[in-house]
Write a protein of this length. Sequence first.
Length: 165
Amino acid sequence: MIEGPIKRNPNLIPLSREHHATLLFCWKLKTGLKREVGVSRVATYALWFHQHHLKPHFKSEEEILFTDTTDLLVKRALQEHKQIGWLVEEIEKCETDPTSIIQKLAALVYNHTRYEERELFPYLEQTLHTKDLQRIGKALDLAEHTAEENYDDPFWNIEKKIQLR
């Protein structure tokens, strides 16, 4: 197990910063459900985050970094991207309580992000040539990346109400 901060190749830092925001997203989903703020608010946020952060992030990874689609480690990441998209679609289509789908999404996104940071990125840093990493870094600089979030309903900051009897 990796202890402490991971030394990341400078060319991959924009994606790692977004990974940090993605881990925070998972925490917000779990916290919102735990504090019982209203599952529809949590679901709306999950859909918003997917549209504004995950989709562009996945697009950058898939078009710029995960170009060797025959590599087994890359294949795993690409498959997980699809699974995350399917869960988001399930949340969109859900006509009842999407709590269990949101829980699955939070767990999958968390595990996927940890996989990329702890296994896939170090592997790519070791196997890609320096020129390829530099090319990737330049391409990432041209792509829009932000770990900044401007969502207008910070439901995760609401304390769970204690019911007195």
